[in-house]
Write a protein that binds this ligand. Sequence first.
Ligand code: CTP
Ligand code: MG
Length: 382
Amino acid sequence: MISVILCAAGKGERAGFAENKVLRAYNGLPVLCYSLSAFTQAGADEILIACRKEDEETVLPLLSPYPAARIVRGGDTRTQSVYNALKKASGEIVLIHDAARPFVTQKIIRDCIASVTAYGSGVCALPATDTAALTKKGYIVSVPARKSVYAVQTPQGFLRDRLLCAYEQAIKEDKTFTDDSGVFAAYDSPPRVFTGSAQNRKLTFAEDFCPAERVGFGIDTHAFAQPYSPRSKNEKTETVTLAGIQIPSHSALIAHSDGDVLVHALMDALLSAAGLRDIGCYFPDTDETFAKADSMKLLNEVMRLVAERGLQPQNVSISVLAETPRFSPYIERMRQNLANALDLPLSSIGIAAGTNEKLGYVGEGKGITVYAAVLLKGISHD
Ligand code: CTP
Ligand code: MG
């Protein structure tokens, strides 16, 4: 018989949400439900959820699809929470898992059980890819061989009576551990590791809750005040503004703002990727504050809205369709301007320009259309 303990009795302080992070929705489903569902699918005989008293009334209604699950009162530390649940568990094998790791796979659960069956313990762990260092007061005092270093995850499986024995000693000595392998190693024997996966990551900070990447797309068109005519002189006495750069043109573009059609398409792509409304909603052309507005300043405001959602651009790809003027001499400056505004390296800004082969309104020189695609990612913590 297999018992599972789901540790859910933390406060999620580093995530900084009003509620416990494991009750927060991820893609529409509370984080806790992911592991409830994974361990139910794996055939767990009982699932004990270590839960704070304050969270019980939120957790209880989530349990109906999981008949093997029940609540156990958590403690002030993870060690205390696991100990409380262990005392109530009845399986010969017990798997302990952080509810904050919702992406645990069936393979990991199977490997954990197989390791306990073969070796008496199974700790999910990833071989380190970075070099680890032990430090004291800000100085490195020793560097273990990278081959011997693992990042420890959950689930961690043990024979229940032996783990309980180890926990009883830890509690008696009032010692706190960050996981179960530490308790077992201190009071029983070195636990066996099996290879976990990067996918099985722990949700710790608010940005860990953002889906990894979000795509966005935007289009804008502005008409020339004077259509281009192949027969007239079309002297470049006016300018158009693209990506904040003024480019000599036979005519200006008709616009309420500065008519930066490229930045407008880009702003719509950014807002749409972040799940926000379009630029017309934030900067209406009926509002006189935006008359002749500098679109690069509006772009800063859009970047602020996107950052508020915990997101930042990863790269942008822009296509300008115009029969005239010729943009190629200005493209590097346009890219640099956008790189500065979006805080991205130049290599992450792509701008292509082309004509429409004299077809349609673009081809007839009546206006300019810009297409913009962006990729957003969660703001990184470092
Ligand atoms: N946990 C627990 N009982 C505690 C503390 C933590 O059951 N007294 C659980 C958490 O709910 C989480 C897991 O242990 O699923 C791993 O802990 P951690 O990521 O540190 O979560 P929190 O303690 O909730 O977060 P924080 O440390 O940021 O407050
Ligand atoms: Mg914690």
